[in-house]
Design a protein around this ligand. Structure first.
Ligand SMILES: Nc1ncnc2c1ncn2[C@@H]1O[C@H](COP(=O)(O)OP(=O)(O)OP(=O)(O)O)[C@@H](O)[C@H]1O
Ligand SMILES: [Mg+2]
Length: 455
């Protein structure tokens, strides 16, 4: 039996309270959660690895490279100090350019224009410290002098030395490769995880869809098969077995009901014939009326049993169906007004739904003068309202009237006479389609029956 209260929105709603608050932050779908489970440790690992790498490797590397450059600068400074004339100095500078990748120019008598201290830049700090340790001379560093070049200006006793060093002499390019590798690996992993998870989750989605359509009384999609991981297959197999058992149970019940009703008809007909021969004393008339009532009941039973039979769900325009029912009621002299709107194409068993609607309309016209049917589409469902301007049903017994043979006016006081199966059958039809019927008060004063069927 369908459980209409268990709507999709309710399923997606996290619990209230602190646990719910945490859960609200997490992805709702299995896909999202699985991805999170895979990706979180990897990203965490990478962050830790990167951090260690920076702390250890990168720091040491910069430190060593800076010291190497500072050492070379110190050597050049010392050599220049020893060189006797400008010619020798020129040769020293040339040698530095050739062998050390350093472009050094000397400005005799030059001075640092202003005192300099390293900014927050790690490279500047490390390099400045290395020069302090190796050269012991006032200096300034400019990391933005040119693209991929760094300039160090060193004040020697008789002038200013400008040392241009390519950036690569101070940076380790493995840093970038490492980072690139990290990010790249994470991306590849992410892509693989997405592809694999998709394939794992598809069978679960299909199973959910199959269970949903079974609940709406529809057939299994022909493409449904056992697929996916062992547990999912197991769940799907269990679902199929449950479905078979339920179908068998329903058909057994239906067959029994039909059988009993049919078998009761024959003796009843016999009784009716025999009563005809007894003349028309009041006692006989009463007995006749009882037999007629019993026959009505049995007809109701048979109609109910047949409804559950073999009819297959097909796409039906509910607007047409409502019009048909209304036309039938009008032929019987009822005043019925119909209003339909929107796309009302639904998968349903047309004869069963027709019977359901006819029962509602018959009730309305039995108790009221005017009937109004409205069919429209709402969120995920189609809604048919049957309004009348009769006495209505008190709220306290609106659930009771759905019980078989329950009649408000009691078994004998028949307001146009009914068996008490109409609403039972109507609700059964609605529920076998995954929908339901509720009773409310109509704006026109009488009863409003609301039939909802999932789309
Ligand atoms: N539109 C209505 N207005 C007032 N009372 C209603 C209305 N529809 C149903 N009822 C009450 O609910 C009871 C149950 O309705 P239900 O359709 O199940 O049985 P019935 O109409 O008596 O018999 P049947 O439909 O099997 O011929 C009715 O006996 C009637 O008292
Ligand atoms: Mg009825």
């Amino acid at each position: 039996m369908a459980v209409p209260e268990l709507s999709r929105a309710a399923l997606m709603q996290p619990r209230p309270g602190p646990v719910g608050a945490v859960k609200r932050l997490l992805p709702r779908t299995l896909f999202g959660r699985a991805l999170l489970i895979i990706v979180t440790p990897v990203v965490l690992l990478q962050v830790v690895a990167t951090w260690i790498f920076y702390d250890r490797h990168w720091d040491t590397m910069t430190h060593r490279l800076a010291h190497a450059v500072a050492g070379e600068v110190a050597m050049v400074v010392e050599q220049l100090d020893r060189d006797a004339g400008p010619e020798e100095r020129r040769r020293t500078l040339e040698m530095a350019a050739r062998h050390m990748d350093l472009i050094i120019t000397f400005e005799p008598g030059g001075r640092l224009t202003e005192p300099w201290s390293p900014s927050g830049n790690t490279l500047e700090q490390t390099l400045s410290r290395a020069i302090d340790e190796r050269v012991y001379l006032p200096h300034s560093i400019d990391t933005r002098v040119a693209h991929e070049w760094i300039e160090m200006r060193i004040e020697v006793p008789d002038g200013l030395l400008s040392v241009m060093s390519p950036e690569r002499r101070l940076y380790s390019s493995t840093t970038y490769i490492f980072l690139l590798w990290m990010v790249g690996a994470a991306m590849v992993l992410f892509a693989i995880a997405i592809i694999f998870m998709r394939n794992q989750i598809r069978p679960i989605r299909r199973l959910a869809a199959a269970a949903d359509s079974f609940g709406k009384g529809r057939d299994l999609s022909p493409s449904f098969r056992l697929e996916g991981a062992a547990e999912v297959r197991q769940a799907a197999a269990a679902f199929l077995m449950m479905r078979e058992r339920l179908k068998r149970q329903i058909s057994q019940r239906t067959e029994m009901l039909a059988g009993v009703s049919h078998d009761l008809r024959t003796p009843l007909t016999r009784m009716k014939l025999q009563l005809e021969m007894f003349g028309d004393e009041p006692e006989v008339e009463e007995l006749k009326a009882d037999v007629v009532e019993m026959q009505d009941m049995i007809d109701g039973y048979l109609a109910f049993a047949r409804g559950e039979g073999t009819e297959a769900p097909v796409p039906v325009d509910l607007a047409r169906l409502v019009q048909d029912v209304a036309a039938g009621a009008r032929r019987d002299g009822a005043s019925v007004e119909v209003e339909t709107g929107g796309d009302l194409l639904v998968q349903l068993r047309p004869n069963a739904v027709k019977r359901c609607l006819a029962n509602l309309v018959n009730n309305a016209r039995r108790h009221a003068k005017h009937v109004r049917i409205t069919a429209a589409r709402a969120a995920g469902v189609v809604e048919v309202l049957v309004d009348d301007d009769g006495p209505g049903i008190p709220a306290a017994v609106r659930d009771e009237v759905f019980k078989p043979f329950f009649r408000l006016d009691g078994p004998k006081g028949r307001a146009g006479g009914g068996v008490g199966l109409g609403l039972t059958i109507a609700r059964d039809v609605a529920r076998s389609h995954g929908g339901d019927i509720h009773l409310q008060e109509s704006p026109s004063g009488g009863l409003r029956a609301v039939l909802r069927l999932p789309v």
